[in-house]
Design a protein. Structure first.
Length: 248
């Protein structure tokens, strides 16, 4: 049974024991098509929340949502449907919360799938004391709910979420800031951002971190290479080679 993910997350945000070594490597992960396959429940929650709050029956209206934040997707879909910006802003927080509530009520009926190599990669990073966080377009409640369902939430300590900002590079900066402030991460340490879309890679570069592209979503290795990631892989299947190549 899911716990209350609409509340502030629990003790994963506690300040670490000062006697522990200061973490000098931070690994930040996208969720959809990076850690898990995209969720149908999440997609359906978008449409239902938009109808509930704005009275509009719509799909993604020709929009490619991959790599966009939830806040950004809702805004762009509504603009395509002719909704004025002031009305979008007025209903946004209600829409995000309604979407999260709908998702959490229904996600246990979906079989969320962890992608190849992910569980082994996270376990090995954890064993090597690598600090891990999230950078995802998902609103925070949905992000934690997805990871809890598949049993991966305990690996991650903080993140930047689609409920925090519509600009993805700002989510990277926010996650790094939380790592420094709340978990003693060295501000001069190495930060790796893992993602499956060009938008992930571009955001990481704008935020000044190392970028790792994985062709586990709708974008091919060739398409991802156009964003000039620092590293690129087909999947996390050969996780031990990835860890060695990145020097983790």
């Amino acid at each position: 049974m899911l716990d209350n993910r609409l509340a502030v997350p629990d003790n994963r945000r506690a300040v670490p024991d000062n006697r522990l070594a200061v973490p000098d490597i931070l690994a930040l992960f996208d969720i959809d098509n990076t850690l898990t396959r995209s969720s149908i429940t999440h997609r359906d929650a978008f449409f239902t929340a938009i109808k509930n709050i704005y009275g509009i029956n719509t799909g993604f209206a020709g929009l490619n949502p991959h790599g966009m934040t939830d806040r950004q997707i809702i805004s762009e879909v509504l603009k395509i449907n002719g909704v004025e910006e002031h009305r979008i802003d007025e209903g946004m927080e209600k829409c995000l919360r309604d979407m999260a509530e709908i998702f959490i009520r229904n996600v246990e009926n979906e079989n969320l799938v962890i992608l190849e190599g992910v569980a082994d990669l996270l376990k090995e990073l954890h064993n090597r004391s690598v600090l891990m966080g999230l950078v995802t377009g998902n609103v925070e409640a949905i992000a934690w709910a997805k990871l809890e369902i598949v049993g991966l939430d305990h690996y991650f300590k903080m993140g930047g979420f689609g409920s925090d900002d519509s600009i993805r590079a700002n989510l990277v900066r926010l996650a790094v800031g939380k790592a420094v402030k709340d978990f003693g991460f060295s501000s001069g340490g190495d930060v790796f951002l893992f993602g499956d879309t060009p938008k992930d890679i571009i955001a990481g570069k704008e935020a000044g971190v190392k970028t790792v592209a994985v062709a586990t979503g709708i974008f091919s290795r060739g398409e991802l290479s156009g964003s000039n990631p620092d590293y690129i892989y087909e999947s996390f299947g050969d996780f031990s080679s990835i860890i060695n190549n990145l020097g983790l």
